[in-house]
Design a protein around this ligand. Sequence first.
Ligand code: SF4
Length: 570
Amino acid sequence: MTSIKLSDVERIKTESNYLRGTIQEGLADRITASISADDQQLIKLHGAYQQQNRDLDDERRKQKLEPLYSFLIRIRVPGGITTAQQWLDIDKLADMYGNPTIKLTTRQAFELHGVVKRKLKATIKGINQTLLDTLAACGDVNRNVMTSANPWESEIHQQVYDDARLLHTNLTPQTTAYHEIWLNDELVGGGEKKEDIEPMYSKTYLPRKFKIAIAIPPRNDVDVYANDLGLIAIAEDGKLIGYNILAGGGMGMTFGIETTYPRLGDLIGFVKPENAVEVAKAIVIWQRDNGNRSDRKNARLKYTIDRLGLNEFKKAIKSELGDKLEPAKPFHFESNGDSYGWKKGFNGKWYYTLFVEGGKVKNDSKLQLKTALQEIAQNHNGNFILTGNQNLVIADVEEKDKDKIDQLLEKWKLNKHFSGIRRNSLACAALPLCGLAFAEAERYLPSLVDKIEVDIVNLNLQEDDILLRMTGCPNGCARPYLGEIGLVGKSPGKYNLYLGAGFTGNRLNKLYAELLSEDEILATLKPILADYALNKNTGERFGDFVIRKEYVNATTEGIAFHSDLKKISK
Ligand code: SF4
């Protein structure tokens, strides 16, 4: 029998004593601002990534200094709901320890960037004092559980949110290392310290990250198909009756390796709400036992399913669930974006969805968004909801308080109307801090949209919702393969252009042109947008149009993402 060589990350996890490694020692080492390579892998499962400011690499090298290291800290916010006080606390931590901005992620989490090693412990401790945490926000475990951010349009939102929290709790690692390292063993909620045991994950955790989202039709604002496990809430007569189950979605791929590809989840059945945790655990355990632990580029559930076969996978889950896994029920999605402005909820309260460009909460010469949201939080008795599209809902506003919030939105110029393409744009963080970025995304997309908007306005398309997604590398953090227009960084200033995703998040796009500079992106898109303006059918979405007009072939399944390409000429 030939033995398979495991990836080095498997060794690191196995030897780590339930995620301890030498993180404590690394934090105490004042000679360097970094931690060891092994601990850099482990610390992800505690919610932190070591990064370096790549803008300053040359200068620091010249000065014979080590790179300017800092850490990104990701904070789990199940279902994206935080209180106004938690918002203020996170805002303060960003000022005290971060760069000082807040990133709202595409998975309804907060990120603090630029936290240096000696402030790491105080930051994570501070986060826990807000009753949020960072455990399992990154790494080979289940991440933040997402839910549709639409309480105003769904009577079942509260129940779905409760189920999201249940999944979150049941799939959180049990290791006590987190409390030991970051909280000096003090349990924030009280209670006794537990023994280390990981009944579900075991010592080696999962082969790769695992993502869960719950969508409430008709809105697919969490891109449910892009998750390892997607749940689609099914309601009858306004009551939640259960969830359709999707499995095997995921965005990341690697340039030049066609055995890596984005993939949408397959529908495998339906379960009642009380069986949601059981089906999630069955899928996680199947992936734990069958996922590829030698090649991390082929380790996500999507590849395990394609390697062993969807039928085998379904059979295995059915054998665990029995009759509890029923045939899937009909459902219908209408969009995967957010709906902006004021909406009145079933509960009589008001909800204001605010566009946050690139999910970046900061102050600059154009917009004092961070200060504005601080003042709103100080005057708001309800919650905030982070959306899966990097936006923010000012939630649960009482009728009597609506005018006050309106005045603040007006005062800080937050109630501006944006073009359809801008309000549907997403960008990952990319440069300068992401070590994997080949090109800019968050810092660059707004200025690119300014230029695309010139054509959009001339073509009278400013109200057309067109999904635009940009990432600095093919890992896909901003789900670029679900953009009707997807731009994926390939080298500094150059992007691959993908076209043709479905407007409801139900179809991947397809490569249309490679290595485009800004001028080439604009020159390539302009005639296609002009054709769309002139020849679209009533209600026809841009992604559907480019397929009907044969600019690209439709991607029917993940495994066919790289095939059926048209001849591309620049
Ligand atoms: Fe970094 Fe790539 Fe993710 Fe963007 S998509 S944040 S560049 S890993």
